[in-house]
Design a protein around this ligand. Sequence first.
Ligand code: UDP
Length: 325
Amino acid sequence: MKNILVLGGAGYIGSHTVKKLLIKGFNPIVVDNLVYGHKAAVLAKDFYQIDIGDKIALNSVFKKHKIDAVVHFAAFAYVGESVTQPQKYYHNNLINTINVLDCMIENDIKNIVFSSTCATYGNPQYSPLDEKHPQNPINPYGQTKFMVEKVMDDYDRAYGLKSICLRYFNAAGADKDGQLAEKHNPETHLIPLVLQTALGEREYINVFGNDYDTPDGTCIRDYIHVEDLADAHILALEKLFTEPKSYRINLGTGIGTSVNEIIKSAERVTGKEIPVLYVDRREGDPAKLVASNEYAQEILYWIPKYVKIDDIVESAYKVMVNPPF
Ligand code: UDP
């Protein structure tokens, strides 16, 4: 059985991936500082409350378990906050990740799957976005992920560290069994906010701009189900074990959905009318971000299973009504 060190395994995408790892017969060992993660979301038997910046503590986990590969989710991911507090982002997402890579080298571990993002592309020059699109991040969050990709390129050349960087588009939805959920504090993501509005926890949903150059004037995003993301991590690990080589791969459905369409979907799923308030654009939001997932299909044989937005929204609603933790 292979031991997989999952950094940030108590977070949203990390916890769903841990569940898939267990189903697939891997042994996940979770490290999370629980700043944003939830202990109750950790399904693995081995859990360490450690900050990835703590090299001594991290090294002790590497020494205790014979780690075969690392899956690294541990990061701060609030774009707005990254603009006002870049220090926090460069320290945690970049410097601490270098710390992780150095621990891997010291312990002779050569495989890592890393959470990257479509935010590394910046403003799209064409759509759908493929992996050859220039990377010009427009905020510190995207910068940190872009820089880590570059560090990993250099660590591959110099030390033979193989990395698969998965560039997520908009992660959404929740575990179909209702065991795990998306739970951010503060919540800034569209689908949970829309659903909270449907449940009467918010008076209305603020829609950031309806004057974009899109069919209904609202922003278009590519919402990818968290279980599909989790599956891609398993496939990436298997790829590294069978054919160690570094890749950078987009993960999206290839389908664009506007903010208004999300609201309509949530109305269908919940059977409730959702009050909307159209407000100014949010700074740094491109009109349209949609992935080309051809490369993911070619390299990982990954095909997303959730392609209907109502199914994605419904899975999120189910756990919101019946929270697992
Ligand atoms: N959005 C919105 N109102 C909100 C939150 C988000 O209109 O309260 C829009 C946002 O402008 C973007 C889309 O919903 O076009 C998805 O935003 P989210 O923050 O969920 O993800 P992001 O695309 O920023 O990663």
